[in-house]
Design a protein around this ligand. Sequence first.
Ligand SMILES: O=C[C@H](O)COP(=O)(O)O
Length: 257
Amino acid sequence: MNSPLHGVLVSVRNLDEACRAQAAGVDLIDLKEPADGALGGLPCALIREVVTGLRGRGHHGPLSATIGDVPMTELDTILARVQAVAATGVDIVKVGITSGPEAAAVIDALAPLPCAIIPVFLADDGLDPLLLDRAHRARFPALMLDTARKDRGSLFDVLAQAELRDFVSACHRHGQGAGLAGALRFRHLADLAALSPNYVGFRSAVCIGDRAQGLQTDLARALMAQAATWGLSRKRRPHAIDVPMGVPVSQLRSVST
Ligand SMILES: O=C[C@H](O)COP(=O)(O)O
């Protein structure tokens, strides 16, 4: 249960928001620019500033960052961005994967890299089982689902419960953590808990208005409190539903700088 890939992930865009997330007790702080799409990237200098700032404030929890919304056709750019983001000092690099002929080559190219990478499958148009199987076999520490079009409902509107359950089970069968995100709201916590993912990701739910607005500390605190009652946070209540073991720290490849 001490996996760094367990709990509630909240996306932030700068050090101020990161400190708010830290104050709220967020388990995984994720760096991205929410106004630039589902996986909008931040400049590496800003990522480094946030990493240094948080570590300087005694934050020991895992930090992730996205490489930005890079098309699958631009493999060289994807690999260069992964290397640059990993070098900022984050623990995990998130890479968005969209279905299409080039996606398999992206998975294959990411797999041997010497840093912890989480492929994020954008599920708006369904999941490609062959692509997912490839990612399971590539031994990434975790896989994640998210949605690109935030105005069309949540992850639960684009995938059936059974598909989500199969995704989580397949991750666990392959020794991988399973992450779920996609315009998730407080009202989804019970359904999320029933799926027993390793971590759940939020941005829209901790903003007033859309996800491009500022992170609200009060909402983040409330989210963490409610997630804890459902066993979805690392700070679980004693009576909370048990969540399967996540990926042990030893299984995370270190980030090369
Ligand atoms: O990585 C997780 C996402 O940032 C979640 O954002 P969202 O709740 O707006 O879909």
